[in-house]
Design a protein around this ligand. Sequence first.
Ligand code: ADE
Length: 342
Amino acid sequence: MGEPLIRWYRENRRDLPWRQQPSPYHVWVSEIMLQQTRVEAVKPYYQRFLAALPAVKDLAEVPEDQLLKLWEGLGYYNRVRNMQKAARQVMADYGGEFPVTYEGIRSLAGIGSYTAGAIASFAYGLPKPAVDGNVLRVIMRLTGDDSDIMKQSTKKQVEENLEPVIPADAASDFNQGLIELGAMVCVPNGQPKCGACPLAGMCRARMEGRIEELPVKTRAKERRIEERTILVFRDGEKTAICKRPDKGLLAGMYELPNYLGHMSRKEVAAYSKEIGLMPVRIKKLPEAKHIFSHVEWHMTGYEVRVDELEKTNEKGFLFIHPEEIQERYPIPAAFGSYLPRS
Ligand code: ADE
């Protein structure tokens, strides 16, 4: 399968920013981002991240708030904290140069077999597999395998079977070919474009009429639903935000004050007074939803106008101008619809 796949990739590859100079650092940054969201959405994040942090050393040294700000909106913030941990490992243990073996790369914080395989093969041409969900889908269809792709054992098996098939002189194009095939031809939603597939002639799923059935993927556990009330305390100019704890969901990010359950206007008024903020006017804001991996926030919000914010600091609130929040404070996308713009 190697030869037609590689030829197809060389002729059809998209010109993506991270394919231009595939250094280990570039591949790493792009692959972690691509685990979060779509190619088109990653592009501006990728450019901005590398402009701010052009080398591993910069990532190792950047203050956390600035780092989280660069990641704002991508989600799974622990991934970027792990990247900083790994960057510090590279500085401390490898003299600032990325490790050159698969095992060395794999030993870094937050780098699993997929990312290690991607870095090793795209940047160094090492014949190691890079199997993500897209590649799993392609392989399951090609081989007519109905194993559950949500199982770690399935991924491990595919990695083992794939490794000896990777050509030593074209590991990068082989792996990227599989990824590109999964993205452009053997697509996750809707009909795969078998007419454009270089491997259609050897595809078991196609021969057996089982394309619709494969891959087999058990449903993930349902998300818990959490009701939350978001409070936007404002005086004429500033807004109250606070820092989340250093552990757990959205660790270390900043947020608008928010509370479990849907509060009534009366409860909001009483609570505001309790923490020393005199509400002048309370305005109900629209409801909003945000989906995290394991929990869904169903939010309601109130804008609470107060005469003077800085009278209280019982709750560790910070009182910041909206423009400064925008510029400097990493705020999870969940709060996006409640953040004052100015
Ligand atoms: N999805 C995951 N990795 C990718 C890559 N390197 N190029 C395009 N899409 C991807």
